[in-house]
Design a protein around this ligand. Sequence first.
Ligand code: AP5
Length: 217
Amino acid sequence: MRIVLLGLPGAGKGTQAALLASSAGVPHVATGNIFRQAMTAGTPLGLQVREIVERGGLVPDQLTVAIVRQRLMEADAARGFVLDGFPRTVPQALALDAMLRGMAAPLERAVLLQMTADEAVARLAGRRVCPRCGATYHLQAAPPAPDGTCPRCGAAVEQRADDREEVQRRRVEAYEGETAPLVPHYEAAGRLLRVPAGGDVADVAARLRAALAGAAR
Ligand code: AP5
């Protein structure tokens, strides 16, 4: 499986990518997670990207592409991957196309999780994350423990710095300006699938699996 998930911030890319990758036995490669882990660990990469991520901007293409190239060269990615949050610009998509051509392993599908900006922002308002193990929760849809801790590891869950309202707006603008043009890019390549992202997690996952199975026939 070699899949890209596209969609507004909050559309559910991370949630669905984790389910899909685990059922297919391939790695879930999320550039946002890679940047946040580097920020938490205080690595040179983390220091370089912190300000950009926290204000809702996009990390420069060259740096992001180099990180993904390195990740896709790891042994587990030879079985395939689910990419979440990458590509996010047309130059990133062109770089991915070239990278995969070089590996003789073309992208199978780009799946657009469709949702309005208002619905996506409403979802982001309820998101909480665990700073220790990285688990994602939602105050209504997938709540943490009643005392505000992570049921998996016990750390206190928190709001992502870039989920503050004014930053959310900037991330939506970045999506509309830089990422939405990937829809016609993948449509022209005959690889785009559109999946409505409303409804609960299991419904979206079932819709996504059905769309992928239908496209494989
Ligand atoms: P990134 O982490 O990729 O953020 P994003 O694209 O804005 O996506 P989100 O993680 O906000 O949302 P999601 O669609 O994954 O939704 P989720 O599943 O969590 O990137 C962060 C930053 O890193 C960027 O702003 C940028 O600075 C930088 N960056 C990353 N990649 C880059 C790149 N390629 N180039 C340049 N810069 C880059 O779901 C959201 C919430 O809803 C959760 O609480 C979840 O529990 C809940 N939920 C999910 N599905 C459902 C459902 N069906 N019903 C109810 N609740 C649900």
